[in-house]
Design a protein around this ligand. Sequence first.
Ligand SMILES: Cc1ncc(COP(=O)(O)O)c(C=O)c1O
Length: 377
Amino acid sequence: MDSFKSFFSQKIPLARPEVEKMLPYSAPLEERRELLRLDFNENTVGPSPKVFNAIQEITREQISIYPEYNGLQKAVIKNLTSTGLKNPLMPLQVGLFNGVDSAIHSIFQAYGDRGQKLLTTNPTFGYYYPCASMQGMEIIQIPYKGNKFLFPFNEISNSLTTLKPKILIICNPNNPTGTNLSAEKILVLAKKSPETLVVIDELYEAFLGDSVLPIVDFNETPNLVVLRSLSKTSGLAGLRIGFALGHSEVINRLNRITGPYDVNSFAVVAAFAALEDQKYIDNYVAEVLKAREWLQQQLLRTPVKYHIEAGNYFLLWPKNHDASSIELSLKSVGILVRNMQGKALINGSLRVSIGTLSQMKRFWKEYMIIEEITSSN
Ligand SMILES: Cc1ncc(COP(=O)(O)O)c(C=O)c1O
């Protein structure tokens, strides 16, 4: 008993005041294998077989030495060039990160200081907030507009002028609402606020088909940074690799934050193979778009509230039960979805990732049974 007491009376070293106020970012990541995972917007079928083969060929020697990154930036550029960039990128304009999460973290560490402002939208991807909070930044969130979650362009534009935020981050298309802003409008925002770092998180760009990369010239707009990842389309979420693209001087500053070996050898090998196999990615994206179209048709004929736009996900407000009980019922039949409980504007909804057509047919069948609804024809 005494040792129990003394354990709790011991003083632990306190972290920085900003960190003391935070809670760890937690996501329900455990025990998801073997289930139909429609909860994290991942690729639901896995990476290209070429990725899998490349990883199996990794030698014992490769495992025992620190990773080599030679040529990876060039491979990223080659892959992006196939999407028609206006101004070709140089390798120094490509930052390699242990997932886009790590790029986001580096951006805030490099650019976000105590008392400065982060401007973003609401609701949006959750990891921006802890990154801003740990730097002691003030977070200004502008809500999406109306029941179609339109982009608050005028409000963001005015806030850039009046608040002079250090960082503006836009998730495009937005997770979880699917809202998107045209590449031209993104450039307008970036050009009018040269002292703000404008970060465009393009994680789900492939499911939208519109990116700012083909039209940006980072010499003209050096305050713009674009984030891309191999997690969602290429199916490499478990290996962790993502990229930041921008002016070489900005990328250089982000690189000052990362450790020298932060991206591991498995991720590097997988990335080379995934970037080479664009056909596999295109086929997967086409399959998801087909499934999204099919779902849209079903939703139109059903008396449930929903919002389906860009991205490999959509929002669903259950009709006859609350979101938590539908989430549990779906789990009991082997399907995971994400509860948006507590999120501004979308409380009470479920975010459902979109996988293949047959996976979505399975989801839809189970959902209709649980909700006891039938479609109108
Ligand atoms: C909008 C957005 N940005 C970044 C990430 C993290 O991406 P990565 O797996 O590359 O770290 C996610 C993951 O869900 C996301 O939805």
